[in-house]
Design a protein around this ligand. Structure first.
Ligand code: ADP
Ligand code: MG
Length: 332
């Protein structure tokens, strides 16, 4: 979430296409939002409706970014952080509910997913600027503030209170999935829109009719060469979310650290290159992809295999490819 303004990178217009004997328009726009590359596709009865849907989706994502950004000092999320250890902060129901659901995922994953990881924000840098390991005392001190149980919610007052001074929350591992869900919901309910796809920096969800008679085809990036794909999934009304260490990481003494923090230690996770989650909900998929990174391949896979309707694909540092029990990945 580095920038707040809308930055148009690339615009692509598809040719008109035939589906269900009716001429449909499929349009796509690529924009920079929440510090990531977003791609919105709408399949609609005509060009005007398709573009209108895309623009409504963008407005929705921009609105969510304002609410959940911890970079923007004026967001409600920042207000919660500024009042850590001081007082509860009253927030919109929407933000309250997102935090409530985040805590539920923390519980499900035994604390592997924890939005209060953000107390480590100033310590680890994954933009290539860090050349040495941070001080271990600093790491252990800051990691004491990670604990989702200290995020106190009051459903009557709609308040959020971070119990200890030094705590901080961030939605880096769930916000894009949430935004994808919400943008899709806005686009989907528009009259004349038949289908679409929202790709929020690798977290994507698709629904309805494609410009093709086939289902939506989603390629899975190869983590050793992100321009190549490893295989593909045919999905309908499904989210496919990939968390990878190939864009943001830290390398030290030949060891690669992902930009995901293990809440138990305060250190970044190692051992996994990428995790893809497939399930109907982009927010859940986003949060679980991050969780599997923390849990590691064995525990991560065990968790996913227990969850009905949720599948995963893990690629380890030594290039082992592991799928959950019911994953249907197609290979070249
Ligand atoms: P990507 O950015 O590749 O989509 P993720 O969805 O896994 O990856 O999000 C990673 C981000 O999640 C980090 O940059 C950070 O903001 C946040 N994060 C890091 N560790 C955790 C954690 N243990 N629980 C929740 N969020 C985390
Ligand atoms: Mg995630």
């Amino acid at each position: 979430m580095k920038t707040n303004f809308l930055f148009l990178i690339f615009l692509l217009a598809f040719t008109q296409c035939k589906a269900n004997n009716q001429l449909l328009s499929a349009q796509k726009k690529v924009v920079k939002l929440m510090g990531s590359r977003f791609e919105l596709t709408a399949v609609a009865e005509n060009d005007t409706i398709a573009w209108d849907a895309i623009n409504k989706g963008i407005v929705e994502i921009t609105r969510i970014e304002k609410l959940i950004s911890s970079w923007d000092a004026n967001s409600q999320t920042s207000l919660i952080n500024q009042n850590a250890g001081v007082k509860p902060v009253r927030v919109d129901k929407e933000l309250y509910d997102l935090i409530f659901r985040s805590k539920k995922i923390s519980k499900l994953t035994n604390g592997a997913f924890d939005i209060s990881f953000a107390s480590m924000d100033g310590i680890w840098k994954f933009d290539g600027s860090m050349t040495t390991m941070p001080n271990s005392l600093e790491i252990s001190t800051a990691s004491q503030f990670i604990n989702w149980k200290n995020i106190v919610l009051d459903s009557e007052a709609n308040t959020v209170f971070l119990k200890k001074k030094g705590m901080k929350i961030g939605f880096g591992a769930i916000g894009k999935g949430y935004a994808a869900n919400k943008a899709m919901a806005k686009m989907k309910k528009m009259k004349g829109v038949r289908g679409g796809l929202v790709n929020a920096g690798g977290d994507l969800i698709s629904w309805g009719e494609n410009s093709h008679p086939d289902a939506w085809t989603i390629k899975i990036a190869n983590p050793t060469d992100k321009n190549k794909s490893l295989g593909w999934l045919n999905i309908d009304d499904m989210a496919v979310v990939t968390s990878g260490d190939y864009e943001r990481f830290f390398e030290y003494n030949g060891k690669r650290y992902a930009h995901i923090i293990d809440p138990r230690t305060g250190y970044p996770t190692t051992g996994i290159k990428s995790v893809t989650i497939v399930c109907p909900d982009a927010e859940v998929a986003d949060a679980l992809a991050t969780s599997v990174f923390v849990l590691g391949q064995l525990e991560g896979l065990e968790l996913i295999n227990q969850l009905v309707g949720i599948e995963c694909l893990i690629i380890t540092d030594d290039n082992k490819i592991i799928g959950s029990e019911r994953l249907k990945l197609r290979h070249y």
